[in-house]
Design a protein around this ligand. Structure first.
Ligand code: SAH
Length: 409
């Protein structure tokens, strides 16, 4: 096994259970004498030791600024059933907090570092799990992971692997980046990749083959449930609606009207299917809904006093740290449009899912928007990612979704 020796003092973060070794922290790399290569291979399991060669842990090696993602601390080996144990612990945690219940078969089973499995995401939609590897190490373990999922979660019959967007683009890796790892026999071709899953008693059409992320934005579940409580009698704008999650909840909450807007035509098709499935065409809710495939700023050019409740849930404006400044300007501009035009007494649900922008920066951008517009604004709730996207307290980088519920005078 390859040994990675850290520079003096660089062991401190690892001793505090931070699961990453940055490339700059490495003093030297000692290859196993049987290793035929001149350097460690991407995805290889490596041992981490401190300057005095005391064992700190074991993890997946990768070329890049995060050189190792640790899977276990204080040991240099993993149990044979390591993945099964970790996935079982993640499943039991979600069961113990009553997340998996009648009317809710949509949840994140594994959230990377938050479930002590850096580089791995698993989302469950009824009988199908969608696996995303963010590291070459996890890619190499994908078959073991798939077997562990079906062993632990009895309802899951299919495991689909979707890592074309998440694995390092340049990595030379064996095997496909997408495709079924386990597939129920007899599953018909037309059923592949699209079916219905249930969240809080509402049905959503999940397209994990073609959809964004693993097919659905599970991370807004609790925030959508909160929005439902605010929706009664309101005229609602769901901007950046994607599959219309917030819209469906708003309609169940008794909204007077809901307009869903997304630049993607495909997303709008999905919104309409989701609305129709939950509210048949004869219902008032169905008739209260309209969907528009339109660019956000174009749609918001003139919406003065049209809405009592506005949701702004844009894609990540800052994908990297060097994009922060522009992203903050983007959030300010977008929120100014909303705050300026919402009806007096209106409620704004505003979000940022950029990991590089923390909650204080986001709040400052929204503050700047309010100051620019010159209306009185109060914060009613500060929102974040839900319980199935846990943040490992030793890994604050795992916090990414934040939101504010504002009331505008
Ligand atoms: N609120 C959604 C998730 C939003 S994801 C949910 O709860 O599921 C962000 C969405 O913004 C994507 O669907 C993307 O198509 C859309 N989008 C990106 N840029 C846009 C723009 N300039 N105008 C409108 N929509 C945009």
């Amino acid at each position: 096994m390859t040994t990675i020796v850290l520079k003096p003092k660089k062991e401190e973060a690892i001793l505090r259970f931070h699961p990453w070794v940055f490339s700059g922290a490495i003093q030297k790399i000692i290859l196993d004498k049987n290793n035929p290569h001149a350097e460690p291979q991407e995805g290889e399991l490596v041992r981490i030791v401190d300057f005095n060669e005391k064992i700190l842990g074991v993890g997946h090696y990768q070329i890049g600024s995060i050189a190792v993602r640790l899977l276990a601390f204080g040991t240099d080996s993993l149990h044979d059933d390591f993945f099964e144990q970790c996935i079982r612990a993640a499943y039991q945690m979600r069961q113990s907090i009553n997340l998996i219940r009648d009317g809710n078969n949509t949840y994140r089973l594994v959230h990377g570092e938050g479930d002590f499995l850096p580089g791995l995401v698993i989302d469950v939609y009824a009988d199908t799990a969608v696996v995303q590897a963010h590291s070459v190490g996890m890619h190499l373990c994908r078959q073991t992971i798939a077997q562990a999922i079906v062993k632990v979660v009895k309802e899951v019959k299919n495991v689909y692997y979707k890592s074309d967007d998440t694995l390092p683009f340049k990595a030379e890796i064996e095997g496909e980046r997408t495709g079924y790892l386990i597939k129920e026999e007899g599953k018909k071709k037309e059923e592949e990749g699209v079916f219905w899953a249930t969240e809080n008693g509402l049905d959503f059409r999940i397209d994990w083959l073609r959809g964004q992320k693993t097919g659905f934005f599970i991370d807004q579940r609790e925030n959508r449930a909160l929005l439902e409580l605010y929706a009664k009698g309101k005229d609602v704008l769901n901007m950046f609606c994607y599959t219309g999650g917030f819209s469906v909840y708003a309609l169940r909450g008794g909204a007077k009207s809901v307009d869903s807007v997304d630049v993607s035509e495909k997303a709008i098709e999905l919104v309409n299917k989701n609305i129709e499935r939950n509210f048949p065409p004869s219902t008032i809710a169905f008739q209260a809904h309209h969907a528009y495939a339109k660019e956000a700023f174009e749609f918001m050019a003139d919406i003065k006093d049209k809405y009592d409740l506005i949701i702004l849930d844009p894609p990540a404006f800052a994908k990297h740290r060097d994009a922060i400044k522009n992203a903050l300007r983007g959030y300010q501009r977008l929120n100014a449009k909303g705050i300026e035009q919402i009806r007096p007494g209106g409620i704004l649900f505003t979000f940022s899912c950029s990991q590089a922008i923390d909650k204080d920066m986001f709040r400052l951008a929204v503050f700047s928007a309010a100051a620019q517009v010159g209306r009185k604004v109060r914060i009613l709730h500060q929102l974040h990612q839900p319980q199935d996207h846990p943040i490992n307290i030793f890994h604050p980088e795992g916090e990414y979704l934040k939101g504010l519920v504002l009331q505008v005078e």
